[in-house]
Design a protein around this ligand. Structure first.
Ligand SMILES: C[S@@+](CC[C@H](N)C(=O)[O-])C[C@H]1O[C@@H](n2cnc3c(N)ncnc32)[C@H](O)[C@@H]1O
Length: 218
């Protein structure tokens, strides 16, 4: 057992893992290239690989925050070929571009449904596409709304579902008590709430910007 912190994984290990995994599919590389100059915040490639691995065997997925569909595509590539994803984002310009990259990757249109709305409004409206039950949830939109997204999603979870959320370490700000802006405080409260919630067994993977992984015990 490695019980001290004299060595922790760093960029060298991330590069080594990336090299082992091999090149990403062209559509994912195209999204990375398109997102960077536009400053569209997408998950790190390292986190994308985790999303794909955790999506294996998960047939019904819901995602809050689509942007260019990078995380959506990692999830789609990991889940079974007959799996479906409902992804929510009010920005139609972004999600229309995402559809093109999903097609480039060979994902049939019927596998991914885009809900063009603010997530909390879509959940409150009881949209049929969001009825569930879902066996994986990925949260990656407005940080002050993370707790509300989770509470709206809990009744829509299948037993044993996984809840994932990005940015939960927020580039080190969450664990830094000296930082107290709205998003940081909201993420700190979200992390504490989920890790102490008896409905979940949860932890945070220090990958990318921090990836919360919570198994639903319900
Ligand atoms: C961090 S980006 C998502 C990145 C994407 N998950 C990825 O890794 O490829 C956040 C997205 O949330 C969207 N968004 C903003 N407000 C929202 C809301 N109220 N509900 C759902 N999505 C929202 C933004 O338009 C933006 O595209």
């Amino acid at each position: 057992m490695k019980s001290d912190r004299s060595w922790i994984p760093g960029a060298t290990e991330l590069d080594w893992i990336d090299g082992l995994a091999g090149p990403v599919p062209a559509a994912l590389a195209a999204i990375e290239a398109a997102a960077a100059p536009e400053h569209i915040p997408i998950v790190d490639r390292d986190s994308g690989r985790v999303l794909a691995a955790l999506a294996v065997g998960r047939r019904r997925i819901v995602e809050v925050g689509t942007a260019y569909g990078y995380s959506t595509l990692w999830l789609a590539l990991g889940q079974p070929a007959d799996g479906t994803i409902v992804t929510i984002d009010p920005d139609r310009t972004r999600t229309d571009l995402a559809r093109g990259w999903w097609r480039q990757a060979g994902v049939p249109d019927e596998r991914i449904t885009v809900v063009t709305a603010r997530a909390l409004e879509a959940f409150a409206a009881g949209q049929a596409a969001l009825a569930g039950p879902f066996d994986l949830v990925f949260i990656d939109a407005l940080k002050p709304e993370y707790v509300a997204y989770l509470e709206a999603l809990v009744p829509r979870l299948a037993p044993g579902a996984l809840v994932l959320a990005d940015n939960v370490l927020w580039s080190g700000r969450v664990a830094d008590r000296a930082v107290d802006d709205e998003s940081t405080a909201a993420l700190r409260a979200f992390d504490a709430a989920v890790l102490r919630d008896p409905r979940f067994t949860a932890t945070i993977l220090p990958v990318g910007d921090g990836l919360l992984v919570a198994g639903y015990r319900g």
